[in-house]
Design a protein. Structure first.
Length: 175
């Protein structure tokens, strides 16, 4: 996917964010500090990391500035409600900054934290992949804790199978 129109990208980015926040809202508030193993991100760390990385790594670099990422510790937001508010606030900042991007800004090169050079729209595309990666970790954490989580696109796998089987039977009997 090439990003040529910032408004179209932001519409997509907002939908990705909403899907992330749907799973974040499934986190039991008293489990934000849960981690599956010492030394790994907690659930709260994952949410803070997604928000802070989008804002301070991906958006800053895309706008031609150096990364300003300072981690994802509790100092940014400690409680469940603070973490959700932090994620929502940083997403609004992302959208506000990116909404001013021109076609020229999307097509210019930017310098990644490791010194690499990449076209800004490709860097923004990697931001979405990064978010999806960590959202997947939240789903896994919830599964390990046996906490129900929302389906990504509205239906569970079991519901898709049931509907697909019913549609297949219907089509077979008509055909």
């Amino acid at each position: 996917m090439e990003i040529r129109d910032i408004a179209e990208f932001l519409s997509y980015f907002n939908k990705v964010h909403q899907r992330t926040m749907n799973v974040v809202r499934a986190i039991p508030p008293d489990k934000v500090d849960w981690r599956f193993r010492e030394g790994k991100f907690t659930l709260g760390d994952l949410v803070r990391h997604i928000a802070a990385a989008n804002r301070y790594i991906f958006v800053e670099v895309a706008r031609g500035k150096p990364s300003a990422y300072a981690g994802c510790g509790k100092g940014f937001a400690e409680t469940y409600d603070e973490i959700v508010a932090f994620a929502e606030r940083l997403h609004r900042e992302d959208v506000e900054i990116l909404s001013g991007f021109t076609a020229d800004q999307l097509s210019r090169k930017c310098t990644t934290p490791d010194g690499g050079s990449i076209t800004s729209w490709k860097w923004l595309r990697s931001m979405v992949e990064h978010e999806a990666h960590h959202r997947g970790q939240i789903y896994i954490y919830l599964s390990l804790m046996e906490v129900p989580s929302p389906p990504l696109y509205g239906l569970t796998s079991e519901q898709v199978i049931e509907l697909s089987t019913a549609a297949h039977i219907q089509n077979s009997s008509n055909g």
